[in-house]
Design a protein around this ligand. Structure first.
Ligand code: TXA
Ligand code: MG
Length: 304
């Protein structure tokens, strides 16, 4: 592969020390979370945050999620009401992002919030991201570690393929367990479906009303380089069929019809389908329940 590839280091103390040194020097580093690989930089350093937008080719009106080690650290950056604190205590560390008023004196670079008076914040569970937070002592802004609009990365090699030549380091700690991005909650509404479903949270999913509620929830996203057809019962000519349950394909998200397993395999399957020789991608129907809601959300955007 080309010499401009980022270095990939297996997770461990040496890798975290190297990543922390890069973060302190204002660079960004790709690191796994329990959802997807993130591209992390010091959220208090506007030049470092600008580096995230540059590496991803991300529009600067699309704000980033800030990762912190604990609820106490989050309360120093955002203003919690009782409902938010209750959700945080129940689901952090974990794949839940809360959108809350930002404390203007917290030192978060305005590029992180894209100038909004709210901030998206979460406490991740993954050991690698937690270790990097501890080693840097900084809040870390981290969007998914893919070029803007592309398929989210659930493996280090996905990051390398998407961001080669644009970042210095990827920490490899294997496949991410959940496989889809965190559930985003604002007030009583879910802005982005994720691993925690509406039933888990006791909240309703925001009804799209023409406005973009989470600025990053653009219709077209997670887009492979070839057409995607949904609810496919079989492969038509030249299609790479991604199966589920009784529908077998070139591969399956879960032969047993398990939605958690399907979410964990989703982006990896899309990456493989995209890299295959097939003309187009077809995906079997996925039940619209639990994490299936998040899977279908990502698939609709991939197909848009
Ligand atoms: O699981 C995840 O959330 C991953 C890992 C790395 O933590 N991160 C992630 O970040 O998915 P990203 O940048 O790909 O998605 C962030 C989403 C975008 O849709 C963005 O518009 C939304 O969060 N967002 C950020 N700040 C917001 C705010 N103040 N109000 C509403 N939505 C916001
Ligand atoms: Mg993303």
């Amino acid at each position: 592969m080309s010499p401009t590839n980022p270095r990939t280091l297996p997770y461990g103390m040496a890798a975290i020390a190297e990543a922390a040194a890069l973060i302190r020097a204002g660079e960004c580093v790709a690191i796994p979370t329990e959802t997807v690989y993130g591209l992390a930089a010091d959220a208090t350093d506007s030049r470092a945050v600008a580096g995230i937008y540059a590496a991803k080719g991300r529009p600067s009106f699309n704000p980033l999620i800030v990762h912190v080690p604990s609820l106490a650290a989050a309360e120093r950056i955002a203003v919690f009401d009782d409902r938010a604190r209750d959700l945080a205590m129940r689901f952090w560390p974990g794949p839940l992002t809360l959108v809350l008023p930002v404390r203007p004196d917290a030192g978060i670079a305005s590029l992180v919030t894209a100038g909004l008076d709210t901030i998206a914040i979460r406490v991740p569970r993954h050991r690698a991201m937690q270790a990097l937070l501890a080693a840097t002592g900084k809040p870390l802004a981290a969007p998914s570690a893919n070029a803007s609009g592309g398929i989210s990365p659930t493996r280090a090699e996905h990051v390398v393929r998407s961001l080669a030549g644009r970042i210095p380091l990827v920490i490899d700690d294997g496949a991410t367990p959940a496989g889809v991005e965190s559930t985003i909650v604002m007030g009583e509404r879910i802005l982005r479906p994720g691993p925690l479903g509406a039933e888990d949270l006791g909240l309703a999913i925001a009804v799209p009303d023409g406005r973009i509620t989470a600025p990053g929830q653009l219709d077209s996203h997670y887009a492979p380089s070839k057409p995607v057809r949904l609810n496919a019962a079989e492969a038509k000519d030249g299609e790479y069929l991604i199966g589920f349950g009784a529908i077998a394909g070139a591969e399956t998200l879960s032969a047993g019809g398990d939605l958690t397993e399907a979410a964990a395999n989703l982006f990896d399957a899309l990456h493989r389908a995209d890299a295959s020789g097939a003309r187009a991608i077809a995906v079997a129907p996925i039940p619209e329940s639990g994490i299936g809601v998040a899977i279908n959300d990502r698939l609709r955007r991939a197909a848009h």
